[in-house]
Structure formats: C-alpha cells, structure tokens
Design a protein around this ligand. Structure first.
Ligand SMILES: Nc1ncnc2c1ncn2[C@@H]1O[C@H](COP(=O)(O)OP(=O)(O)OP(=O)(O)O)[C@@H](O)[C@H]1O
Ligand SMILES: [Mg+2]
Length: 231
C-alpha cells in the first residue's frame, strides 16, 4: 500500500536549511494500523504531509497504491490525494455554518462527485455513530462528536488510507478513547490507518508503533500486549 524508500525532506527558509527527514524507509501493508511516535520536531508531520501527498520529498521514492508519487506533478498529486487519502487533524476544521452532514459532503462537492452525495454523507455519519446529529451545526456538538464528523468527512470518499495527525490532541481522555475505538473499528473493517501521536496510551490502539527521532526511524515494533486503556 505505502512504500517509502530513503525519503529525505530539507526545508529552506532564507539562509537556513532544516533537514526534517534524513532517510526514511518504511513499508505499510494494506489493512495495517500504524502509529508514528516521536518528540516535537522529530519530523512526524513532515512525514505525514509526504504520505498524504500534500508535499513532495527532497529525495527518495514513495509508492502509494502502485503509483510512484515522487514522480508526479502538482495536479497529479492533488488527483491522487483526493482519491486515496482521508485526513483527520487535531483541530476538526469543520465549517461553522454548515450542518454535520453538509460538512461531510464537502470532499464530494470539491471532487464534483454528486452521485448520491447526501446518501453517502449520511452513511459516513452512520459509520461514526452520528446519524441522529446530521442536522446539527458544529457548535451544537461536543469536541468528540465534532472529531467524529471530521472522521466521517475523511471517510466519505472511501479513501485507501486514513491519515490522522494528533486526532485526540484537543480531546479529553474519555472522548479520546471513543475516537480511538472508532479508528480501531474502522481498521478492523479493513481500512489502512496511519496515526501520529505523542501519547503511548493512544499509540497502544495501533498494531504497530514506528518511532522517529531527528528525522530517522529509531524503532519499529508490534507490541504483543495492548495497554489497559486500549483493551
Ligand atoms: N514548512 C517548514 N519550513 C521550515 N522548517 C520546517 C517546516 N515544517 C517543519 N519544519 C521543521 O522541520 C522539523 C520537523 O518538523 P515537524 O513539523 O515534522 O515535526 P513534528 O514531529 O510534527 O513535531 P510536533 O510534534 O511538534 O508536531 C522541525 O525542525 C521543524 O522546525
Ligand atoms: Mg507535528
């Protein structure tokens, strides 16, 4: 599904060069649930942006679902991103004046895909357990519910991969567990998930934990025992 080979990313800001990724090689098979952990500034979001086709590596190769992403133009990159990737961020990024279901429809509207748009958005809301909140505005929902709407929005295009960058960063621990259980259910239904988190309790929901530090992978493990919280 995802193969990264010797990926580097160097940011140029004025005179300064920052080597954010220094040679990352990683293979993520279809259906896997991977957590990427590491300290602040270690390159997690940079890696996420590359995996999510939001940015291109400075060098190295990235194969996504058979496509050599590192060779694509910006337009092709946008095409593959819209079809293959669903994003969930720390801030839910919902449109305040749009209902939950309308927010979920947005990726379909952007893609010009009007085929059964409302039905698909309702089905996505149902998959996150929010059918009865479809008509609510974001400020009429709890933080955990807003993030579930954001997960539904990420799922509505039926992406090959769900990318989540600190999805529980703004949530209390109860809502965090709720979101992680939802992600785990989605994974058990076959969805490939890449999750970025600082927190070990959150990473414990994944099958595999990849640790990055200073732009390189320092460990890659499949913990045999989940923590108490993730059970
Ligand atoms: N657009 C940018 N321009 C220049 N430098 C950047 C840019 N984005 C990130 N960096 C630098 O690259 C390094 C990795 O940043 P990145 O955002 O990937 O870290 P992170 O692991 O996601 O950190 P955090 O846990 O704080 O979110 C940092 O040193 C950061 O300052
Ligand atoms: Mg980050």
């Amino acid at each position: 599904m995802i193969t990264l080979e010797g990926i580097t990313k160097i940011y140029h800001t004025g005179e300064v060069e920052v080597a954010a990724l220094k040679g990352i090689s990683l293979h993520i098979p279809e259906g896997e649930f991977v957590a990427i952990m590491g300290p602040s500034g270690s390159g997690k979001s940079t890696l996420m942006n590359l995996i999510g086709c939001l940015d291109q590596p400075t060098s190295g190769r990235y194969i996504l679902d058979g496509y050599d992403v590192s060779a694509l133009t910006d337009d092709q990159l946008a095409w593959i991103r819209n079809r293959k990737i669903g994003f969930v961020f720390q801030s839910y990024n919902l449109i305040p004046r749009a209902s939950a279901v309308h927010n979920v429809e947005m990726p379909l509207i952007y893609a010009g895909d009007n085929q059964q748009r409302r039905e698909r958005a309702m089905a996505a809301l149902e998959s996150v357990g929010l059918l009865e909140r479809a008509g609510h505005l974001p400020n009429e929902l709890s933080g955990g519910q807003q993030q579930r709407v954001a997960v539904a929005r990420a799922l509505v295009t039926d992406p090959a991969i769900l990318l989540a960058d600190e999805p529980t960063g703004n949530l209390d621990s109860e809502s965090s567990i709720e979101i992680m259980k939802l992600l785990r259910d989605l994974n058990q239904q076959g969805r490939t998930i890449v999750l970025i988190t600082h927190e070990a309790e959150i990473a414990a929901f994944a099958q595999r934990v990849v640790r990055v530090r200073d732009g390189v992978v320092v460990s890659d493990e499949r913990p045999a025992v989940a923590t108490e919280m993730a059970r």
